[in-house]
Design a protein around this ligand. Structure first.
Ligand code: ADP
Ligand code: MG
Length: 485
């Protein structure tokens, strides 16, 4: 059951303060304010300073905050007063004032003290065992996973492999109340699921800041739940995950089969949010029907909304990602180097990033731009995703016919028609690249030529085109990719 108290306030609704506010109300207000502040204040600062606030009182339209350490109070006052005020105005009342009670220690004996809400923990500690209290004191509960501000829609490169997922995520972010529920995103590791989830969170925080968004990797949900059980703070746990407008579960596949209680809790959380028309977004590395270790009733829920997959990016998308990420890293690399990386790494976007980071590292140390030779050397240890498939001349002719509609006889003929000549040049270029053991004169012979310099000329010409014409470059890379697959 959800704690009753949470019905006493709404995240968005302001309440006018009357004479007295109960301790329970104060607690709820402060909890809601801190949850808002968490989103605005870097988590490391938040956890250090706000956990030091030990007493909160609301009296006569004043929110009074106290801490033992004056330095903490001074710091909060200096850095976060505006944020606290804004949140308090939004949640409590427009004319609320924030007062810092720096005389906390002197007031110990004051009768009023009893009225104040002790903020050593959000839960009522009175009934807890010593062990549980100790546990609570040690833990960073409630956990909060900060959204990575770099994971935005703007920074997400669209391609045929991910555009459905991107559109679905954007829609869910724009209209979280009216979108398919749940939105279930699935795809392999490193393909952008977490990026999209966080982009939804970042978008909502910016454009619909009155909505409460919670992002939680499923594993952390599980450990959070265990911690809540040990410290007997399940009501608070539930409040945290149910008092939200948008809940995002990342990597749901990590919930173990034997974690029955967690599955049950997810199921009830899901139902609660679903019934209250709150948006649920789930990510996993596979579709629900392949998560056979989860209970059927949970899987049924996951399947009841919109399921969208993300596939490995195609060559063009990989090139675009490399361009964007190298710009972001301020790393100057040529088209040729990017082509090389995107041919080497095909399935993980994270792998593309790792390659760039390595190049950036070396280029910074060596203070020189990265050319293809250096890039190959630096990246030689990367796993080579290319298969060892040996390309044959026949396959090259076939793909030329398919792409340029010029057949083998025409290619071998003396025709100088532009379309035929270009196809011939591409053929020579591909052969030289993919069959490096073949001599130049044998390549020339295969294409009906007697002079090996024609191959050198063709190779040069194609290189020039690649460097000057982006769409040609993409086409050549696609041919290379298809041939090597
Ligand atoms: P997943 O959660 O699916 O394992 P992530 O979201 O963590 O993958 O993505 C791995 C890395 O690749 C992240 O740094 C992310 O920013 C980046 N990435 C993934 N897809 C894209 C994309 N389409 N555009 C830009 N960056 C991407
Ligand atoms: Mg992820």
């Amino acid at each position: 059951m959800l704690q009753n108290s949470h019905k006493n306030y709404t995240i968005t609704g302001k309440q006018i303060l009357t004479r007295e506010n109960s301790e329970e109300n104060t607690k709820n207000y402060w909890y809601t304010i801190t949850e808002k502040l968490r989103k605005k204040i870097p988590s490391q600062f938040f956890s250090v300073f706000f956990s030091e606030i030990q007493e909160v009182t609301i009296e006569n339209n004043q929110l009074i905050l106290a801490a033992k350490d004056k330095r903490v109070i001074n710091h909060i006052k200096k850095r976060y007063l505006n944020e606290i005020k804004e949140a308090a105005q939004e949640i409590i009342s427009d004319n609320i004032d924030i007062i810092f009670d720096t005389d906390y220690t002197n007031q110990k004996t004051n009768e009023n003290q009893k009225k104040k809400y002790k903020f050593s923990n959000l839960e009522n500690n009175d009934n807890l065992s010593d062990r549980a209290k100790k546990h609570q004191a040690n833990s960073a509960y409630p956990k909060y996973i900060a959204l990575n501000p770099n994971y935005t829609f703007e920074r997400f490169i669209k391609g045929p492999s991910n555009e459905h997922a991107l559109v679905a995520a954007e829609e869910a972010a724009k209209t979280p109340k009216n979108f398919h529920n749940p939105l279930y995103l699935f795809g392999g590791v490193g393909l952008g699921k977490t990026h999209l989830l966080m982009a939804i969170g970042n978008y909502i925080s910016e454009h619909l800041p009155y909505l409460n968004v919670q992002y939680i990797p499923a594993e952390i949900f599980q450990s959070d739940l265990i911690e809540a059980m040990i410290s007997k703070s399940l009501p608070h746990f539930r409040e945290k995950y149910r008092n939200v407008d948008v809940l995002m579960f990342d990597d749901i596949q990590f919930i173990k089969q034997r974690a029955e209680y967690t599955q049950e809790e997810i199921f009830h959380t899901f139902n609660y949010l679903y019934q209250n028309k709150k948006q649920i977004i789930i990510s996993a590395d596979r579709p629900p029907q392949h998560l056979s270790h989860l209970t059927d009733r949970l899987l049924n829920r996951f399947q009841s909304g919109l399921m969208v997959d993300i596939k490995p990016p195609n060559l063009e998308t990989r090139m675009a990602i490399l361009k964007k990420k190298s710009d972001e890293l301020n790393l100057d690399i040529s088209e040729e180097v990017r082509s090389y990386i995107s041919m080497r790494i095909k399935t993980h976007i994270r792998g593309l990033e790792a390659a760039l980071i390595k190049l950036k590292f070396v280029s910074d140390i060596e203070r020189k731009p990265i050319d293809l030779k250096l890039a190959k050397h630096i990246l030689k240890d990367l796993p080579n995703e290319n298969s060892s498939h040996e390309v044959s001349i026949d396959e090259i002719f076939k793909i030329l016919l398919k792409t340029y509609h010029v057949d083998e006889d025409e290619i071998k003929s003396s025709s100088r028609v532009e379309r035929v000549a270009l196809t011939r040049h591409v053929g020579m270029y591909l052969t030289k690249k993919l069959l490096p053991t073949m001599s130049l004169s044998s390549i020339a012979a295969v294409f009906g030529r007697t002079d090996h310099t024609t191959v050198i000329h063709a190779d040069k010409k194609i290189h020039e085109l690649i460097n000057n014409d982006e769409s040609f470059n993409i086409q050549i890379n696609e041919l290379l990719e298809e041939l090597q697959f």
